[in-house]
Design a protein around this ligand. Structure first.
Ligand SMILES: *[C@@H]1O[C@H](CO)[C@@H](O)[C@H](O)[C@H]1NC(C)=O
Ligand SMILES: *[C@@H]1O[C@H](CO)[C@@H](O)[C@H](O)[C@H]1NC(C)=O
Ligand SMILES: *[C@@H]1O[C@H](CO)[C@@H](O)[C@H](O)[C@H]1NC(C)=O
Length: 200
């Protein structure tokens, strides 16, 4: 089984498997990918080739095709903290059991960690189909700044765009929060707000 770790993001795939990549423990990070089988309750170490740098405080999202995209977070290079690039995202191909790099075009969000992501679904009433088309991320932090911005990845074109949202909670910024999609709503809960007069 994996060693103790935190600040990792888990993603489910293939009807009952959970991929758990990297994470940090006592300042040590390793780029191991573990698969937890929820049916047999067993762990296995994946030997997927081409693994990205070890990382933590990133966010993993299972795409409509079952592959898993890893966004943001930190890594260490020669003991120096570095943020993961936002335009070259690691993708775990769950079918071929290999890692790939996805380039994402468009205006780039600032580097960040400690944020959640959801995969949004669009219901097309006229065609009566559910299509899953966008990844939405909100907030996070980097270099001592906490963000309250919302960014969208178009998963058809792999393109970033800025979501110009209006928020009744003025100047809300959050890190370490969660996000859950319920119908057309992305519910954001918990976390810490450093720019707000009180912690939320
Ligand atoms: C890992 O976590 C368990 C449960 O908290 C703890 O008992 C154990 O000592 C930890 N292992 C290390 C190496 O810290
Ligand atoms: C993604 O981009 C394609 C091509 O520009 C566009 O047709 C599609 O509507 C976009 N999807 C979303 C959800 O914005
Ligand atoms: C966001 O929307 C507001 C209100 O519509 C507008 O005034 C502002 O210029 C927009 N900002 C960006 C960066 O598009």
């Amino acid at each position: 089984m994996p060693t103790n770790r935190s600040d990792n993001s888990c993603a489910n795939f293939d009807n009952g498997l959970i991929a758990i990549f990297s994470g940090v423990f006592s300042g040590v990070i390793t780029n191991d990918l573990w698969i937890f089988n929820t049916l047999t309750l067993t762990w296995s170490l994946s030997h997927a080739t081409n693994a990205p740098l070890p990382m933590y405080a990133y966010c993993a999202v299972t795409l409509p095709d079952g592959n898993i995209l890893y966004i943001g977070g930190y890594s260490h290079i020669n003991s120096i903290l570095v943020y993961t690039s936002m335009n070259n995202l690691p993708l775990y191909n769950t079918t071929s059991n290999t890692w790939e790099n996805m380039s994402i075009l468009g205006p780039l969000p600032p580097f960040r960690a400690d944020f959640p992501a959801v995969l949004s679904m669009v219901f097309n009433k006229s065609l009566n189909v559910l299509s899953i088309k966008r990844i939405i991320i909100f907030g996070g932090r980097s270099f001592g700044t906490t963000f309250g911005d919302l960014w969208i990845v178009n998963t058809t074109k792999f393109w970033w765009s800025y979501g110009n949202i209006s928020n009744p909670i003025v100047d809300l910024t959050l890190a370490g929060h969660t996000a859950t999609l319920v119908d057309n709503y992305m519910f954001v809960s918990f976390g810490k707000s450093f720019n707000y007069p009180y912690a939320i």
